[in-house]
Design a protein. Structure first.
Length: 117
């Protein structure tokens, strides 16, 4: 009888310990969002320095030693772009764009980038 009681107690304890862990494995990725801002570089961020030409030329010059970012000037935030975003951002340097992707912290995992007004 003691053996059956111990086995039942161990079984219940095992279920109690495993149940909360199963929820951790089922975390979902954040939903895709649309963000509007300007394709800039990580050196200038929200505002380009004076004397560096227009936004496009400054961004392309500075990104040679850096990375593209999305500068949301309305909310004063700068988002890093993932590898896909780095490739897609070049053609939009200095332009106002809509970026669609998943945001994790301050990084956007980019699905698409398109020009906007």
């Amino acid at each position: 009888m003691k053996t059956v009681s111990r086995m039942l107690m161990l079984l219940v304890l095992g279920v109690v310990l495993v149940t909360p862990l199963s929820g951790v494995a089922q975390k979902t990725q954040p939903a895709e969002r649309s963000l509007v801002g300007f394709i800039s570089d990580n050196h200038c961020g929200l505002k380009h320095m004076t004397g560096m030409g227009n936004d496009k030329s400054c961004t392309l010059m500075c990104v040679k030693n850096g990375k593209f970012v999305l500068a949301d000037r309305d909310h004063k935030r700068v988002y890093q772009l993932d590898k896909t975003g780095q490739q897609k951002a070049r053609e939009f340097a200095g332009q106002k764009v809509k970026v669609v992707g998943r945001v994790t912290g301050k990084t956007i995992h980019v699905t698409s980038i398109e020009a906007t007004s």
